[in-house]
Ligand binder design. Sequence first.
Ligand code: MN
Length: 237
Amino acid sequence: MKTTWNRRKFIIETSKAAAVITALPSFVKPYSQFFNQTPLPYSWNALEPFIDAATMEIHYTKHAAAYSANFKQAIEAEIKEVNKINYDHIFSNIERYSVKMRNNGGGHYNHELFWSIMKPGGAKEPQGELAKAITMYFGDVSKMKKMFTDAALQQFGSGWAWLIKTPNGGLSITSTPNQDNPLMSSAAKQGTPILGLDVWEHAYYLKYQNKRAAYIEQWWNVVNWNEVGERYNPSIA
Ligand code: MN
């Protein structure tokens, strides 16, 4: 029937449009979506027993929500043409902006990445091109994990450990203090983060107290290797 066909066509066209929006790199997100938190794609308790529900809920609804809200304020105060905003411009010129922009822009970006690279029951190991690159640059997955874990342990105080795609397409490991990240012009080692671990105490203290090493070890169980692989080698460039 005509009505049915139209409805079906509408659904198909709508899902095509949704797919296009989803496929856009974060750099070209529309302004309205830029600073908002993406809804968490799993429940608070989905990552248990490795990350507990209370930590997830407080982390997402308090800490990350504050970065999101303060990032919006910084954007509105410091950027004239908000519809042309992109992370690349902000992070690659971070010295030109306020401390508020740096801490909250970084905080928002880092947490959005963090939620996406975790998943209950995802691929247990890196796949495809990412797996090949890890072998090429680190020898094997366990050596990469060891280097990453050392970077996370050695980050003094609050910060992040990162697996990054370097400008020449290679892989490297680094860490950053506070809410900085390797996209920032201030970073000692620059590249595109494809895996990041929050080692602020708010990310683990309720369950692990001062035992950061135990948190890191357990966290590997919830890494979403499919997403990390997609970030290394995007299927839509
Ligand atoms: Mn955090």
